[in-house]
Design a protein around this ligand. Structure first.
Ligand SMILES: CC(C)(COP(=O)(O)OP(=O)(O)OC[C@H]1O[C@@H](n2cnc3c(N)ncnc32)[C@H](O)[C@@H]1OP(=O)(O)O)[C@@H](O)C(=O)NCCC(=O)NCCS
Length: 189
């Protein structure tokens, strides 16, 4: 897809970060995340080639035009440039005032509190600007850093979704977490 112009361009400031809509030309940035086995091991899909990353980006750009929007799939960047993509955060809207949360960082940017800052901003956006009632996060049972992150942000563990995703050649359970309006910000914030 070339020469596409989108009528949408969301940009959310979060401390030193900017969460922005993906744009044409972000193929390498998104591929650096979804093409990395160390990242996708923890996700619900397997590593993608550059062509597959391009298709993924095309889909994201297409869905940016949905009215109302079906998702907010945002690139995590550092201000002021916002060109280098260090991760993504996504709210997929579903049902009534509900959304599913997803996120990932490039390995070299993990362990610095960046995911916490970015995900906090997405939650504020979801509960505040979008008026959501409920945000869910479904996390692999071995993904301790992701579970620690959502629990630190006030999410409550709901239970296990058995054989929830098929990834890396096998079925994988998910541990389901949720955050309801009124539970944000968490007490320690
Ligand atoms: C899940 C994931 C996004 C978490 O990223 P992260 O950078 O570890 O998360 P945080 O932003 O919460 O950072 C926490 C770590 O940074 C450290 N840190 C450093 N400075 C910090 C700061 N200013 N504030 C908070 N934490 C800070 C913390 O001590 C903590 O380290 P620890 O995990 O060793 O205890 C990341 O591991 C990832 O992308 N994984 C692969 C994809 C994935 O699993 N996605 C989620 C699928 S459900």
């Amino acid at each position: 897809m070339t020469g596409r112009t989108t009528s949408r361009s969301l940009s959310l400031a979060a401390g030193s970060l900017v969460l922005r809509d993906f744009e044409e030309g972000d193929t390498d940035g998104i591929h650096a995340i979804v093409g990395d086995d160390g990242v996708t091991y923890w996700l619900s899909f397997e590593s993608r080639s550059r062509d597959e990353a391009q298709s993924m980006l095309d889909g994201i750009l297409e869905r940016q035009l949905d009215t109302p929007r079906s998702e907010y799939y945002l690139a995590i960047t550092e201000s002021p440039s916002t060109e280098v993509i260090i991760g993504f955060a996504r709210l997929g809207l579903m049902g009534v005032k509900a959304a599913d949360l997803g996120y990932a960082l490039r390995p070299e940017w993990q362990g610095r509190g960046i995911a916490r800052m970015a995900v906090s901003r997405m939650i504020e956006f979801g509960l505040g600007d979008l008026g959501l009632h409920r945000i869910t996060a479904n996390i692999g049972p071995m993904n301790t850093s992701s579970m620690r992150l959502v629990e630190s942000l006030g999410f409550q563990r709901e239970g296990t979704i058995r054989d929830h995703v098929h990834t890396n050649g096998a079925w994988r359970d998910s541990v389901s977490f949720s955050l309801l309006e009124g539970e944000w910000p968490p007490a320690a914030e």
